[in-house]
Design a protein. Sequence first.
Length: 256
Amino acid sequence: MSAVEKDEIRQAVSAAYVQRLGAAEKSKSSDKSTYSERLGYSKDELADLPDDSDLGLGCGNPTALAGLKPGEVVVDLGAGGGVDCFLAAKQVGPEGHVIGVDMTPKMLSKARANAEKVGAKNVEFRLGEIEYLPIADAIADVILSNCVINLSPDKARVFREAYRILKPGGRLHIADVVATAPLPEKLRKNKQLICGCMGQCAEVAEAEQMLAAAGFSGISIVVNEKSRKFIAGWAPGSGVEDYVASALIEAVKPGR
């Protein structure tokens, strides 16, 4: 894929998420919360967060199994409205720090406004592409991401960037959509499915290979077969749920 084609995909994804942000702002908070509870978020977790932080765009709850500790530095790739950043901020406490990265200015503005609403002093949001993170080397203890890396046209570079910013011994905890079987071309090239987290997701073995090539060890990809039910609702009638599912992806940067 050429650089121009990659940029075209990023632009299409960014435009789609501006539309999704507008739709999410108009939807009932109860509808979004019900969906997020299906993904593994608890009512207590969501109760203290601004309605606009939970946009109902994830495919799992990466903070639930990350084992975050007080004082840790966390980076969220594709922070959206900030829901995972705010949950992480509570777990790492005032001595910790959370950095959310998003490539969509309107989404970033929403996240920053939400940070002010909750008084999250240990959270910041940065504009940037996850393939070119605006973050220094070896500063993060943990990287989170929720249904975002599948959108990237250069996933191998995303994993290399994740490896770069992690400290030795740092951990990767990602909820994402993966392909469990080769996607038919008509699905793989469908722009709506690409922007909807389904069209260009990596196959499980491919994701494992990219993580290993980036330098990660302890690689684990656990597919959630039950997720096919809610994925079917993302593109009704397409049959894409027969080929993709959400998964928890975990890995470690060796060295500690």
